[in-house]
Design a protein around this ligand. Sequence first.
Ligand code: SF4
Length: 265
Amino acid sequence: MPTLTKSAYIRFLECPRYMWLHEHRREEVEKKDDPQREWNFEQGNKVDVFARKLFPGGVHVRSFDEHGAEDTRRRIEEGEKCLFQATAMAEGLLAMADIIRLDPIGKTWDIYEVKGTTEVKDEHLYDVWFQKTAFEKAGYKVGKLFVVHVNKKYMLHGEVDPSGFFIMEEVTKEAAVIGEEVKATVEKAKRILALPDAPTQEDAPCSCSPKTGPCPAHCFPGLPEQSVFSLRRLPVKKARALYDKGIKHLCDVPVDYPLNDAQAF
Ligand code: SF4
């Protein structure tokens, strides 16, 4: 059974088929050379590394997957109280937390996820709760959850001060609200990931738009420039229904299809 990573889970939330393809036939949904993806990755890495300055004495776990999980456990047994890139692997889940730190009072592990955004977004809550789930399944007691994000009010005066540049926002309560949903969707994601073939639109409906979806070439090959998705204010779901019936070009929309004045124009 394949392992569900946090990144795969976040892709599942976007579209189950996208997750499956990314895990099993990546070349179909990811460009080989994608400067934007590389740039995002580099920037994310820089923010992540800079945030570690907020945790002096933290130790970087440099190995991955099962080795990362073993090294994380070993470091903790050796008495480390703050780890960067700590890994937990259990029951088909794999999570790598940006930072974990032992709460000396509760003897629980607080999890910190570093984001380059200037606020907490909904997807970050799914992200941290997934981490918590994986660490708990691996036997760790998890305490508080934090998103470390950029302080938009920060004014640069000389050298960048990490304690002013970042805000550590506790999101334990907010994330708990979606706890049950994460539990259910994680199990569904694991089932879909284990399928021998990509799920169909019926198995795992997705109403992505080819304009904003992550892999338009896969489900919308040969989409004309003037497609049904260009119809103003037509919900993506309706455009997709037309597309699935083979109606791709604006000119192919049946004359009796209900359109408002702006769309008909
Ligand atoms: S194009 Fe959309 S529906 Fe198709 S796999 Fe990609 S995200 Fe999913």
